[in-house]
Each structure stands twice: as structure tokens, then as C-alpha cells.
Design a protein. Sequence first.
Length: 579
Amino acid sequence: MRTLALRTLVMAAVAVALLACNDDNSGTGVADPDATTDDTGAADAGDDAATDSSRPGRDVPEPEDTAADVPSEDSAPPDDATPDTAEDTPRTDAPPVDAVCGNGTRETGEVCDGDEFLVGVDCESQGFVGGELSCADDCTLDTEECQDAICGDGVVSGSEDCEGDDIGDNDCVALGFAPGGEGEVICVDCMLDSGACVESICGNDNVEVEHELCDGDEFADDSCRERGFFGGDLACNEACDEIDDAGCVASVCGNGTIEGDELCDGPGSIIAACTDFEAPEGTGEPEGSGDPEGSGDPEGSGDPEGPVWYTGGALGCSDDCLEIVFDDCLIDEISPEADGDADTVSDDVDNCPDDANPHQLDFDGDGVGNLCDDPVVYDIVLEDEGANVFATSVGGGLPIPIPGLDLAFDITLAVETATVEVTFDDDGLMSATVVMVFADDSIEIEMGGGGLPIPIPGLDGITIDVSGGLFGTVEDALVVTPDSIDGYEAGELAGDNAEFDATFALEVSAGDAGGGEVDSEFEVANSTSELSRYFETYRLSIEEPELVLGQITISLLIIPMDLDVTGFSGTLLVGPAAE
């Protein structure tokens, strides 16, 4: 958890006032600018301390110098001649002598010189457990011979990897070696020795990627799909160093997606209707090969010698997925009674009789048209680097700027639960509804500035508790404009989302400083969606760093600070609900 120390305006004002007092005192001559400090920290006040023993609060030290050097009581000036300020007092002490590094004597300003060190300075005082401290040529400490651990004391510490039989969780597999080996990790001189571990074992069904391409049925991140095929299986040789993709296929007829040279893959896979095709009179098969690209306009085809167009029905697909079948297409007009939704497909074969869907698209192949299908629910939050994290920021609000006091901080919302519903229409366009996205229940953030002129005793930080992070779409789902409709025909779809409205809710609590809630609706203009039926994933990415989502107010003592909540960016990655 992160902590941000929040310094208030009131405390800052006190700090500035204290500094101002210090500045005033420095010009009165109360402090002797020539005072020096010895090893023990005692101040050498010089002869000024002896000049006026009658001043209250002044302790006169015993003189250490000779009488010739220190003025005697008889030679002291009369009371009426006592200077009003220390600045008027004649100096009687000699100026300090600059330290000379390398003369073997530690002098003022040096922590060490040769074998002489400041009292109490050793390896232990520098955070080590032992060893010998030395003095560098520039009279600074040299800790190279200090020890941060003592091997053999039974405690793993400092630079030690282990102690005796205590190697922690560091077995061969944890250190990146092949599972299944007979070797073991041992501790030698408090360092791990993995010399007996085996780097790779062909045949253990685990791909040691630095030494193997594959192992048994495991191929690391390789697959037929990754190689541009749509199905089939890779094969691994006996040496685990070669992969054979002869078993991969360019298309898989029967998987419900149009791939390779396929024209269709089951009923409901063709984004076209019977009425898009021309058919020779008296036949159920159009001229050509049934390619929907060459279809024309049936209007004005009343010429008995002109082309005949199908008037309705449902397209089919051949068993090898290479031809569109027109057996269920009609030439005669369909009566309104037989076609309740007026989509040119009679109710007895219509896969969605209550909603007009002339294309009869059925992407999941369940016999129910896309328009009548229940949404596919994606609610398993998947692990992936950089995914399922959204970010926003909070900042601003100081009525008077204070140098060094930073009230801006970022909030990272890690997604814990999410529900997205995905549907397709009869034109093959995908819509997604983000029902709910919840972040962690509580996030502690340290808010702090630093930069105050002097430390203020007792000033404690304030914890910002962020909870209730919520995101969802409003009313209409977001609609994906695919990069290519061919994308989903291969079980994949990716593209930019049309602009959509979303909600954002956030609650910020700052303890005694109060807090507030943000509950806003905003328009998302920059987002993308990716759907993969093959990998069973749905990914939504949003990039809106400049959006102003709302404002919260934190009151420190009597000073209100209005903080803007700005930006919403991140990626959601979910999989389909378990059946």
C-alpha cells in the first residue's frame, strides 16, 4: 500500500513564520557567527562569552587559554562602555583553521583522517553487522570491508542466499531449471549452488525455452493459429528441437467461422440474403458460383426475358464449405401470413421469426439467429500484462500555491470483477455492453508534498482511501466498427468503437479531512474492441486522459481544497462465463 504525506496550508504558514523569525534573529548578533563545534557538539563561544557576565541567561565558560590571550577582569571596559550589540564587540578568538585531509589528524569538518574516526563511527553505526571500517583518501568513510551478514550464524541476511540447509524456496525449478531432474540445490558458503540441476530434459512435457522449441504436446507460445493457419495440430520431434506444422490446415469446415477459401461455414454464416442473388428462371441455382459479390438490383426485372431474382428464403452452405446453397431460396412471393416479421424468410424456416433478419446470421451455430440470441457473457477477469487496470488522477485545489507542496496524485484501479455482454446483429456488427466493472474495495494512497521550509513536529500524513471504483456503459451498447468484416468470419473481430456514453463512480475518503464522491456520465470517443472466438477473449481499451470526471472537496481545518478527478484510461480483458 502506498502512503502520501499531505501538508496543510496552515502548517506551511507556520513554517514560513518560523523561518522569518530565524532570519530576524540572525541580524541581531545574539549568535556568534564564529562559534565552532568540536567532536562532542559543544559550542566554542570564544571570548564573547566572557565579555559580559552580567547579562542574564549567559553562562561564562572557564577560560582555557592563557591570561595573555584572554582579557582579565581588571582590563574589562566599564559598564557604560559595554557595546550594545555583539557586532560592536571586538573579536578575541582566532579564526578557525581549515582542515587538511591526509595529515593523519581528524579535524573539524572531517569524519575521519587516516586511522582517526569520529567517536562512535564504525561498521555497525553504518548499518552493517561487522567488519572493519576504513578512511578513504578524501577523508570519507570506506565501508568496502564492512559485512552485511555473517555466514554461519544460522540467519539468512544481507547478501546471503542461504544458511546451512535453509535455502528457502530455491529448488531447481524455481531457479529456472528443468522439472523432473534428480539434482538438488545446496548451500555453499551461504550462496546457492545449482551445479547439480539440469537445464533441459526432453520428454518432461515442459518447454525449457532457452534450450527447446517444444516438448511432447507443449509448444510454448507457438500454435497453428500463430502460424497463420485456422486449425490442426503441430508436432514435436524426439529431440525437442524441431516443430512440424504439416498437420495445420488453412481452414476448418464446420467450426462456424469462414476461413481460407471457404465461402460459408454452416447455415447462418453468410452476410447476405437470398434476395441478393439472381437465379435463372425455372432453377434453384443462380448462374455463376453463388458468389454474393456479383449480385444486382432486382427492381425493374419485370421483363419476362430478363433475369429472375430470388424473392426470399434462407441461404445454405455445402458440406465442404466451398459453395453457397440456394435450395431454400424462393422465387415466388411469400404471403404476409407466412412471414410475420416481413424479412422475406418464411416463419417455418426463419431462425428469428419475431425480428426481421433477412441474412439469417447465426454466428454461434445454435439454430437461433443473432438477433434472437441471448448475449454472450464475458465475466472471467483474465491475467495479462497491463490488462485490467484503469487509471485516473486527482489534483489541484490550493487557493494559494505553496512551492514544493504537491497535491496531484494518480489512482490506479485494479479490476476485480467485470461483466460484459456481447451480441451480433444481422449485418455482422458486434455490440458490447459493459454491465459493471468493479475495482479493489480499498486503495490507500500516500498524498504528500514535502518541500516545507522546516519540519513541523507532530504533522502526520493523511490516508486517502479510494473505494467503489465503477465503470459501465449507458443504455445503448458500444458498437464496434470492425477493421474488416472478414475478421469475424475467421472467428476474430477488431476495430474502433463508435462513441458511447459511460458512467464513472468513485468515492474518496480522507479521514478527518472529509472527502467526496464522483458520480458522472461521460462520452468515450477513443476506444477499441477485440473479440477472439478462438482464444475466447474480449478486450476493451479506453484512452481518455483529459476527461474531467468530477470534483471532490477535502477540508483541512478551515481550508477547503477542491480536487479535480481527471482522465480514464486502461484495458479490460475478460473471458466467457463458465458453463
